[in-house]
Design a protein around this ligand. Structure first.
Ligand SMILES: [Zn+2]
Length: 224
């Protein structure tokens, strides 16, 4: 079977490159702008064993199912579903309880996670913004594969909702990072000093956690 590739024509790439995105599991073939596609594809097809080996090391999909344990802001919650008409998702102790149609369980669990993420990230952003004496016009969430947060010139900060699945110290370090961009739109030493002051300690371990474990967060809620 031939491998499906996401083909990217890159304006400045000097050579053909093959990689596997650990967040999506998609094989990406980067082809220089003027290179012929056919030999590039043939070359990539020959790398099937390499792709298979890389793929075997990827995180496993973790679909939302009854019995699944989700760690939400450091609290392990087991999804418990029972037949009934109640559609609301509720937390009882260490269970995430819901009924309603089982077919819509995944969608409702994810919607609940996104709401929790937005609430918590909004509160933490306000806390750090007050500490930094800056304003944040809007906090939003998204599901970008490559970045955990971004700060726009208009004062909007956008986070990946999946930070709610990361340890709290990792989430807070990301918030401190984005809020500090309201003061410094760069990664100069003064920026890093401000991040550390807001966060209260060195954020390096939190960034390292995201590099090592971040991709796995993108496999949460994915069907098998
Ligand atoms: Zn940054």
């Amino acid at each position: 079977m031939s491998e499906p590739f996401e083909i990217v024509r890159h304006p400045t790439a000097r050579r053909i490159r093959l990689s596997l995105d650990p967040a999506s599991g998609v094989a990406r073939l980067v082809v220089p702008k003027r290179a012929a596609l056919k030999p590039a594809l043939a070359w990539a097809q020959g790398k099937a064993d390499w792709i298979a080996a890389q793929r075997a090391r990827l995180p496993q999909p973790r679909p939302y199912l009854p019995g699944m344990v989700l760690t939400v802001a450091d609290v392990p919650l087991t999804i418990v579903w029972e037949p009934g008409s109640r559609r609301r998702v509720e937390v009882f102790g260490e269970t995430l309880s819901l009924s309603g149609p089982i077919e819509t369980l995944p969608r409702r669990v994810e919607a609940w996670l996104k709401r929790r993420a937005l609430d918590l990230l909004t509160a933490e952003t306000a806390e750090y913004a007050a500490k930094a004496d800056v304003t944040v016009s809007k906090v939003a969430i998204g599901d970008a594969r490559g970045r955990w947060g971004s700060c726009a010139h208009n004062g909007t900060i956008r986070y990946s909702w999946r930070l709610i699945l990361a340890p709290g110290h990792v989430r807070r370090a990301t918030v401190a990072h984005e809020v500090a961009h309201r003061v410094h739109m760069n990664h100069a030493p003064a920026f890093h000093a401000l991040v550390e002051r807001l966060y209260g300690c060195d954020p390096t371990p939190a960034r390292a956690w995201l590099r090592t474990h971040g991709a796995a967060l993108h496999w949460v809620g994915r069907s098998l």
